[in-house]
Design a protein around this ligand. Sequence first.
Ligand SMILES: O=C(CO)[C@@H](O)[C@H](O)[C@H](O)[C@H](O)COP(=O)(O)O
Ligand SMILES: [Zn+2]
Length: 186
Amino acid sequence: MDSIKAALNASADLKRQVADTLAEDIHNAIEQVRRSFESGGKLLLMGNGGSAADAQHLAAEFIGRYKLERNPVPAIALTVDASILTCIGNDYSFDDVFARQVKGLARKEDTVLAISTSGNSGNVIRAVEEAKKIGAATIGFLGKGGGKLKDMVDIPIVVPSADTARIQEVHITIGHILCETLDREF
Ligand SMILES: O=C(CO)[C@@H](O)[C@H](O)[C@H](O)[C@H](O)COP(=O)(O)O
Ligand SMILES: [Zn+2]
C-alpha cells in the first residue's frame, strides 16, 4: 500500500510542479501545433519504448477523435510501420529509423514532436536534425534536464524529474492537454 501511495503522490506532485513552472512552454507548444495545422501542415511524432506508445496514442487522438466530434487533423506517428522501421534499421541503422521518415515526409510547415525522457536517444536526435534541415518546427517533450535535445528543439518542455516513468506520465498529460485545446478549434 505504501509504495502504491508513494507512486501516485510522486506523479501528482510532479504534475503540480509542472503546472506551476511549465504552463507557458506548453502554451507555446500548443500554439506551434495550431500554426502548423492552420497552414496546411501536419504533426509528426516519435519516441522509443513507452514514448513510442505516447507518439502513436496522440496521433490516434488527432486522426481518430479525442473528446469532441470534429474533422481529423493530420498527425503521423513514425513508430508504427514495422516494414519501414525494420527496413531502415536493417539497411541503414537504428539511429536512422525516424530521421529517414522525417526526410521523406516532413515539410517546412510541419511540426515534429520528439518525445524522449533523457533527451539523448540517438534516433530522435537524428530526426530533429533532419527536421531542422527541412525547416520544420520542433518540439521536445523531455526530462532529466533535457539532454542534448534541449538545445536542439525550438520548444523544449523539460519535465523536472529523473524518473523515466513519472516523466512519461507528465508527457502523456501534456499531450492530452494539447488534444483538448485543439479539439475545440478544429
Ligand atoms: O517505458 C519505458 C520506461 O517507463 C521504457 O520503455 C523507455 O521508454 C525506454 O527505455 C526508452 O528507450 C527510453 O528512451 P528515452 O526516453 O530516453 O528517449
Ligand atoms: Zn513505461
